[in-house]
Design a protein around this ligand. Structure first.
Ligand SMILES: *Cc1c(COP(=O)(O)O)cnc(C)c1O
Length: 436
C-alpha cells in the first residue's frame, strides 16, 4: 500500500475583506475609558493628538463588521491567508484522541501576528498625513512589525525598546534598523518620563509601562508624530480578527469545529484575534467552546490581577481603562517571553473573562519551554517563547482528553516563531533556565 501523507495544511486563497468587532456579541460591553485628569469618559478629541481619526472611530465602533481598505489587503496578501495545520505528529507523540490544530502567524515577514495591525495602523496614519510614528516594544516583535509597515507606507518610526530585551535580543533591534526605524533602550534620556525614571533607578530594566509613557510623550509633544500601540486597544484586537476569521473558514473546510480555543496573552491581541470570531457562536449560537487564555506566572494579569480601572502606562499619561491589572507600576521579572510582560490586558478580553466566557491559566517558563521543545520535535516549528504558552495549554488539554478518552478539537494560536529567541532555548536545553 502506498504511504499516505498524514499531515495536511489548508491554504485558502480567500482572505477576509472585513474585520470582526466582538462588542455587539458581548453580554456586557467594556466600560468606557476615562480621562487621566478629569476621570470622566474620554471623547474622540482627547485621543486626537495620539491617533488618526479612522482608528479612533474604530476604537469606539459598535458596528459588527468594518471593511478592510484595499491597500491594507494588498499587503496582507504578501503573507495571508496563514496556514491552519493539523498537528498529527504531536497528537501521535501525546497518544491523545484529541484533534489538535494550530493557526500559524510566524510566516509573516516580521515573524509574528503583529503586522496584521501594524500594516493597518501605518495605512490610516499615512492617509491622514502623519509623518512619523512613535511606539514602544518589549521583545521587539511589535517594533519590528511597525518598522516594516512604516517602511511600506513611507513613514518615519521611533521605537522605545524595553531595556531588558534591548540587551537580550539585539537581533530584533537590527531588524527594526534594517527596515529604517530609530531604536533606543527604554528608559531613555530622550523623554521627560524616561529621564525621571533613570534619576530614580538608573539600573531599571524597563517595562512596557515605562516604554509606553515615553512613546506617548514623544507623540503628544510633536506635531508630525502619532503614537502606535501593538496590543490592548479595541482597534488592535479588531485588526487581529483576520486570524480567527480565516481559522473558522479553514476549520469548516476540514469539516471540524473547535471545542477548545487557546492563545497566549500579553495584552490580548493574538488571543482575541483568534477567539473573538468564535464568541458569537457561544453568546448567540448556543454552541459550547472552552476559551483558554494562557499567560506567564511571572506576569499573571488575568489569573491574579484585580478587575478595576487603571492606567495603561507607568507615568499615568494614558486614559484609565477597566481591565485586569497588576498595577501600572508593576515591573515583571525579565522572563524570555518579553511580549507577555504587560501589567494589564485588553478591556474587551478582560470583560469576557469577568463574565465567565473566557478562562485563564498561568504557566512558569520552564514548563512552557518543555512543551515548546516537545512541539518543535513533533511539528518542526520552533515557537516564540510567548506562543509556547499556548502550546503548553494545548498539550495540557490534549493530555486531559487522553484521561477522559474524549476526542475534542483543540485550536490554538501559534503567534510567532522563536528563531530570534534561540538564546532562551539554549538556556533551557542546558538546564540553566529558572522560573522567575
Ligand atoms: C507580542 C506577542 C505576543 C503577545 O501580545 P498579544 O497582544 O497578547 O498577542 C504573543 N506572541 C508573539 C509572538 C508576540 O510577538
Amino acid at each position: 500500500m502506498p504511504t499516505r501523507a498524514t499531515k495536511f495544511t489548508l491554504r485558502d486563497n480567500q482572505i477576509p475583506t472585513a474585520w470582526f468587532n466582538v462588542v455587539p456579541s458581548m453580554p456586557n460591553p467594556p466600560s468606557p475609558p476615562l480621562h487621566p485628569g478629569t476621570k470622566q469618559p474620554i471623547g474622540p478629541a482627547d485621543l486626537a493628538p495620539l491617533f488618526p481619526m479612522a482608528l479612533i472611530e474604530q476604537e469606539v465602533s459598535t458596528a459588527e463588521w468594518i471593511d478592510i481598505p484595499g491597500k491594507v489587503l494588498d499587503v496582507y496578501r504578501m503573507y495571508r491567508p496563514t496556514p491552519l495545520v493539523r498537528a498529527k505528529r504531536l497528537e501521535k507523540a501525546l497518544k491523545t484522541p484529541a484533534r489538535i490544530y494550530y493557526k500559524y502567524e510566524g510566516g509573516s515577514p516580521a515573524g509574528s501576528h503583529k503586522p496584521n495591525t501594524a500594516i493597518a495602523q501605518a495605512y490610516y496614519n499615512k492617509a491622514e498625513k502623519t509623518k512619523r510614528l512613535s511606539t514602544e516594544t518589549g521583545a521587539g516583535q511589535w517594533g519590528s512589525a511597525l518598522a516594516m509597515s512604516a517602511a511600506f507606507f513611507g513613514l518615519e518610526c521611533k521605537v522605545y525598546m524595553v531595556k531588558a530585551s534591548y540587551h537580550q535580543k539585539p537581533g530584533r533591534r537590527v531588524m527594526m534598523e534594517t527596515w529604517g526605524a530609530k531604536v533606543v533602550a527604554s528608559p531613555s534620556t530622550d523623554t521627560e518620563a524616561g529621564r525621571m525614571i533613570l534619576a530614580d533607578s538608573p539600573d531599571s530594566p524597563g517595562s512596557l509601562g515605562i516604554a509606553i509613557s515615553e512613546a506617548v510623550e514623544d507623540a503628544a509633544t510633536r506635531e508630525d508624530t502619532k503614537y502606535s500601540l501593538g496590543s490592548v486597544l479595541n482597534h488592535v484586537l479588531l485588526h487581529q480578527t483576520v486570524i480567527g476569521l480565516e481559522a473558522k473558514l479553514q476549520m469548516e473546510k476540514a469539516k471540524d469545529f473547535p471545542d477548545v480555543v487557546i492563545g497566549c496573552v500579553g495584552g490580548g491581541s493574538n488571543f482575541s484575534g483568534l477567539a473573538f470570531p468564535f464568541v458569537p457562536d457561544v453568546t448567540k449560537g448556543g454552541k459550547q467552546i472552552k476559551f483558554v487564555a494562557a499567560e506567564p506566572t511571572a506576569c499573571p494579569t488575568l489569573t491574579e490581577g484585580k478587575f478595576e480601572y487603571d492606567f495603561g502606562d507607568t507615568a499615568e499619561l494614558t486614559p484609565l481603562v477597566e481591565m485586569y491589572t497588576l498595577g501600572h507600576r508593576f515591573v515583571p521579572p525579565p522572563i524570555h517571553a518579553g511580549g507577555l510582560r504587560y501589567h494589564g490586558d485588553a478591556p474587551a478580553l478582560c470583560r469576557l473573562v469577568q463574565d465567565g466566557i473566557i478562562e485563564a491559566v498561568a504557566y512558569p517558563q520552564t514548563k512552557v519551554f518543555e512543551s515548546a521543545v516537545q512541539f518543535a520535535r513533533a511539528e518542526g516549528i520552533i515557537p516564540a517563547p510567548e506562543s509556547a504558552h499556548a502550546v503548553r495549554a494545548a498539550i495540557d488539554e490534549a493530555l486531559a482528553c487522553k484521561e477522559t478518552k474524549e476526542s475534542k478539537a483543540i485550536l490554538f494560536g501559534l503567534s510567532g516563531h522563536g528563531l530570534l529567541d534561540l538564546q532562551a532555548y539554549e538556556q533551557f536545553l542546558s538546564g540553566d533556565l529558572i522560573d522567575a
